[in-house]
Structures are given as C-alpha cells and as structure tokens.
Design a protein around this ligand. Structure first.
Ligand SMILES: C[S@@+](CC[C@H](N)C(=O)[O-])C[C@H]1O[C@@H](n2cnc3c(N)ncnc32)[C@H](O)[C@@H]1O
Length: 280
C-alpha cells in the first residue's frame, strides 16, 4: 500500500456513475486475446478483484461458467449489477469486500483479474490470498492502460481534451498533492510488482500488448465524467465547491472546443500474466 495512505470508504465515493462513461475503454481485442493465451474453454471461474463497475468481469463473462466481482465500494457494485442486467449477463455475482478480506477457498478459480486495482491493495497479502485461491496453472492477470498518449496519424476531427489544463484546475481546487479518499498519495503509484508477485510464488510475467481501437469521439459530458471518475478528483473531494469546479471545468472545455466535442486516441491495453506453477 502506498506509504502515507490508508484505504477508506471514500476512495471512489460518488465516482461510480461517471466511471464507464468517463474512462477510455480497454482495447476491443482484449477478451479474445485472453481466451487464446489462457486457453479458456468456458469451464472455469473468474475472480475480478477491484472490479469497479464490472469493466473486466462483464467483458470476460462469456468465457467462464461463473464470474465473481469483488470490490468494497457500494456505488461501484451497484453499477456493476445494473450493467450486468442491462447486458443480460447472468453468470456474474458481486461481493462487497476488500481483497484483503477474501476467504481462502483453495483452488477455486482459474483466473484472477486486476484491472488497474492492485496498486491500491496490501499487495503482499492479496498476492498470497489469490495464489491460494487459484487452481494450479491458474493465472493472475494485471490489466492496465498504456498511460502515454498514442500517436495518431492524420488530423483528428476535433481537438483533444486539454488534460494538462484540467489537471491544473484540479490542483487549484484541491492543492498540489494528489488526494485519495480522506488522505493523500504523496508518492504516487507503488512499483516493484514483480518482486511482490515473485515472493508470493507466481512465475512470469508474460507481457501482452493489445492494440487500441479507433479514435473516439468524446462530448464535454464524457470528459467531465472522466475527471469525476478518478479517485484524485472524485466529486466528494470538492465538497461544497463541486458545482463551482464543474462550471470552471466546463468553461475550460468550451474554450478548448467551442462545439463541446473532442477526439481522443484510446490507449493500447497492457496485460501482465503471472502463473501459479503446476507443481505448487
Ligand atoms: C481504477 S478502479 C478499476 C475498476 C476496474 N477494475 C477497471 O478495470 O476499470 C479501482 C477499483 O479498485 C477498488 N479497490 C480499491 N482498493 C481495493 C481493495 N483493497 N480491495 C478490492 N478493491 C479495491 C476500488 O474501489 C475501485 O473500484
């Protein structure tokens, strides 16, 4: 867990309804790539840890008999449930828990996915629990966006969102140090994941790069949702200045694109696959 920061229930408070609309999607070929690399035959179970609004769980559900999404945030799980119903996914269940509280039920999952969530956890503890929960030969799969902007050839139909100015505006309202829940994240995202997972007994990783899809058209509402979907600019952090902040943000977006339309290259998706050895 990042030094100087303690998990609390407000980490993503009020962010859930903005999440799916605001975040750029994972690469469209992700599920198919995982099906091949993990040799999924539709006969096993998936644990999606830190599932948020079910982004990975719902994308991958057709490849498993059952999918369990785990997250401590009530709003995120409500969104996951709503989206599962909307998409007609009947084999997903949602469990409100921190990953650190998962019961050790040995060998019950073929795959555990972590979509941009592992860094929030007590990683040694969660790695050990998930190692026990996986079948022999099972996979710990870490999925994330490639953060650097992707170069796009040719002209975009609209301006890209002014991300630097948006960050500057957030800092003006919330201060220079990244906020998270009731605390701050002075040291950013922790590294050393290979050491943590190696220590737990995992072998690997195998790195996959799944290419992004088309350039996306984004409305000003989508970009505002993206800002409020983040833990470091979640609505609750602005308190009674949330309305002022949103008005200032919309003004900034309107100045950047008077049509309130933006274009953005979706990022490639990076996946690290770690295996529990067959002989573990
Ligand atoms: C950036 S969101 C990722 C959501 C989704 N997995 C995705 O790929 O878009 C991180 C999620 O991790 C969850 N989370 C944070 N700490 C956690 C913990 N200790 N145990 C389980 N989930 C946690 C948060 O509530 C949030 O929903």
């Amino acid at each position: 867990m990042p030094e100087g920061w303690q998990w609390d229930e407000t980490l993503y408070l009020e962010s859930a309804p903005y999440y799916v609309r605001g975040r750029l999607p994972y690469a469209p070929g992700l599920a198919e790539r995982l099906r091949v690399v993990l040799a999924l035959d539709g006969q096993s179970r998936l644990l999606d840890v830190g599932c948020g609004p079910g982004v990975l769980a719902l994308t991958l559900a057709y490849l498993f008999t059952e999918v369990i999404g785990v997250d401590p945030d009530v709003g995120m799980l409500a969104e996951a449930e709503r989206r599962a119903e909307e998409a007609g996914v009947g084999n997903a269940r949602w469990v409100r828990k921190r990953a650190e509280e998962l019961p050790a039920d040995p060998g019950s999952f073929r795959v555990a996915t972590f979509g941009q969530s592992f860094h929030w956890m007590d990683r040694d503890r969660v790695a050990a629990i998930v190692f026990a929960l996986l079948e022999r030969g099972g996979a710990f799969v870490h999925v994330s966006d490639i953060k650097e902007a992707r170069a796009v050839s040719g002209d975009l139909p609209y301006p890209t969102p002014p991300h630097d100015e948006i960050q500057e505006l957030v800092r003006r309202y919330l201060g220079p140090v990244r906020r998270a829940g009731q605390g701050v994240l002075p040291h950013g995202t922790p590294d050393g994941e290979a050491v943590v997972l190696g220590r737990a007994g995992f072998a690997g990783p195998e790195r996959l790069l799944v290419p992004a899809g088309e350039v996306l058209a984004r409305s000003a509402d989508d970009v505002v949702a993206g800002v409020f979907s983040r833990s470091d600019s979640a609505p609750h952090l602005f308190g009674d200045r949330a309305g002022d902040f949103e008005a200032a943000l919309r003004g900034l977006l309107h100045d950047a694109s008077p049509a309130d339309r933006f274009a953005e290259a979706a990022p490639d998706t990076e996946v690290f696959v770690w295996r529990k050895p067959e002989c573990a």
